[in-house]
Design a protein around this ligand. Structure first.
Ligand SMILES: Cc1cc2nc3c(=O)[nH]c(=O)nc-3n(C[C@H](O)[C@H](O)[C@H](O)COP(=O)(O)OP(=O)(O)OC[C@H]3O[C@@H](n4cnc5c(N)ncnc54)[C@H](O)[C@@H]3O)c2cc1C
Length: 514
């Protein structure tokens, strides 16, 4: 059954109800927009799970220049400095904007905002809410603000399954929900669909975040950037629960140390030790686990009985697992956490397809380089959403008399099969042989029409991007290319190119063992 929501025709459609989508919709008011969300607003979004907070140089000892330097250092040579400068300069105003929308950040008694410290930040600059429940406070306030805003039509329970493209330009969105299919005719679409963690077995992301936005953009012909860079968080609570609970870096910021089952502090010699960049700490933990050890985060000396007061959300996660951080070290392991790569966009969030914008985790602006600095993503989502909203508002809607309405939306995607291919091949440590094998296994799935096709297409592009990057940089670590190239280059790729490369690999079995 196909519905045609003609009354909404021509309005910009924002896909995704996390931080980036909500802020874009609010920033566009009073222009009428449609906010399309697969889950009820506030659910199934990484934004709701965010703990640490948003990075902004607000402290009296801080400046955008210091925030810029820390971001560039973490990004391992691959950040776009112009983008970083623009985002860090806009960060303090983004915090003020969120307060204007009703977000209640934690304040120090009698002073300004309470600022936390996180790994690889040279200053206390993490703005947070309710201790480590920043994401739920953001969602509470912003969902309420969206529901109060009459210009925003919220369409919940509908998942975008295809972008309709005519003459190289966006013409509409084909979505599906429990009550049937939906076609929204529009020449302006904003992707705000989040990350890819759900493609991995070990992830902190909601399992529904498996790169659907990337699949939509890729099938529409958009250019994608830096897809090989996946950030693994070093300290996810080790246990059977999925998504894995995150033990925020803010805990290490308060002095927690990493030990093994013998009590040895095995990362003490790493530059920055436990507060080194995420990629180096994740590799250190991964290697120690691979040698047969167990790894724990020990908060007994630094926080002890005050842990539950400072980190109530994390204390509740530990309690669910029968752990009391005041007396027990917390078992941890790395988990896929954040995607630095995404839809290639310019400073206004425009993709290479006319009428398609992207912001939030699905976009690749060049801010994060090869390794995101903790708490820069929420900041980026808010800042970019503002710039995307301005750009969409400034562009005119293109009326089409008719659009070709597909017979039915593609079937609901299921990443289960792809997860077992992606997890070993695109993990913390990669090598050419595993990547080539993964490309050959993914190719027929990506070309097919089963429920694995869309996740396989996304995974295939990521695998080909990882194969092409013959160096180790930031979060991308190749066992067969352990050195960093002298020149840092961002990578660009399309689905067509990835399919061609994978087909060539498949046709030359020798290449797989070379
Ligand atoms: C546990 C955890 C803790 C984190 N902590 C921090 C932190 O402290 N600081 C920080 O800066 N970053 C943090 N991050 C990262 C940060 O939360 C995310 O990068 C950010 O929230 C992404 O926001 P978003 O709006 O782009 O995507 P999301 O918040 O993931 O929202 C995406 C939305 O799109 C919807 N969607 C997806 N596909 C479709 C479709 N096809 N049709 C319709 N809807 C669709 C999803 O249902 C979801 O609602 C954390 C991430 C996790 C997982």
């Amino acid at each position: 059954m196909s519905f045609d929501f003609r009354a909404l025709s021509g309005r910009p459609v924002i896909i995704g109800g996390g931080l980036a989508g909500l802020v874009t919709a609010l920033e566009m008011a009073p222009e009428p927009v449609v906010l399309l969300s697969a889950a009820p607003l506030g659910y199934e979004a990484s934004s709701a799970l965010a703990q640490g907070g948003l990075a902004a140089s607000i402290g009296s000892d801080d400046s955008p220049a210091l925030h810029l330097a820390d971001t560039l250092a973490a990004g391992d040579g691959l950040c776009d400095e112009v983008v970083v400068r623009r985002v860090v300069e806009a960060a303090p105003a983004a915090i003020a904007k969120l307060e204007h929308f009703g977000v209640a950040f934690d304040r120090a008694t009698g002073r300004g905002l309470h600022l936390g410290l996180e790994a690889a930040h040279s200053r206390r600059r993490i703005v947070h809410a309710a201790g480590a429940a920043t994401g739920s406070e953001l969602m509470r306030a912003l969902v309420a603000a969206v529901r109060r805003t009459v210009s925003i039509t919220v369409v919940e329970g509908f998942e975008a399954r295809r972008l309709l493209v005519e003459d190289g330009t966006i013409a509409g969105v084909n979505a599906a929900g429990a009550s049937g299919d939906l076609v929204l005719a529009t020449s302006r679409v904003v992707l705000a669909t989040g990350g890819v963690g759900g493609l991995f077995r070990d992830t902190t992301n909601p399992l529904g975040c498996f790169g659907q936005g990337l699949a939509l953009a890729a099938r529409a012909g958009a250019e994608l950037a830096d897809l090989e860079f996946v950030q693994f968080h070093p300290t996810a609570l080790d246990g059977p629960q999925r998504p894995m609970r995150l033990i925020s870096e803010a805990v290490r910021g308060e002095g927690a140390i990493l030990i093994d089952e013998t009590g040895r502090r095995f990362l003490a010699d790493l530059p920055g030790a436990e507060l080194g960049t995420r990629d180096t700490v994740a590799r250190g933990v991964h290697r120690h686990l691979a040698r047969g050890h167990r790894v724990f985060l020990d908060t007994r000396a630094c926080l002890g009985a005050s842990f539950a007061g400072r980190f109530p959300t994390i204390a509740s996660y530990c309690s669910e697992a029968g752990i009391d951080p005041a007396v027990d070290p917390i078992p941890v392991r790395p988990a896929a956490h954040y995607h630095m790569g995404g839809v290639a966009v310019n400073a206004e969030g425009c993709s290479s397809v006319a009428g398609l914008w992207a912001c939030g985790e699905v976009a690749s602006t060049g801010l994060h380089g090869a390794n995101r600095l903790a708490s820069n993503s929420l900041t980026e989502a808010v800042v970019m959403a503002g710039w995307v909203a301005e750009s969409v508002a400034a562009s005119s809607s293109m009326e089409r008399k008719t659009i070709a309405i597909p017979a039915a939306a593609p079937a609901r995607a299921d990443p289960a099969l792809v997860r077992s291919i992606v997890s070993p091949a695109l993990g913390v440590l990669r090598d050419g042989e595993s990547l080539r094998d993964a490309a050959s296994t993914l190719l027929p799935l990506a070309r097919g029409s089963t429920s694995a096709a869309e996740p396989a297409a996304v995974a295939l592009i990521m695998v080909v991007a990882a194969l092409r990057r013959e160096e180790s940089r930031g979060a991308h670590c190749r066992a067969d290319f352990p050195l960093r190239s002298a020149v840092a280059r961002r990578s660009k790729i399309t689905l067509v190119e990835a399919l061609e490369t994978a087909a060539a690999i498949d046709a030359t079995p020798l290449a797989r063992s070379a």
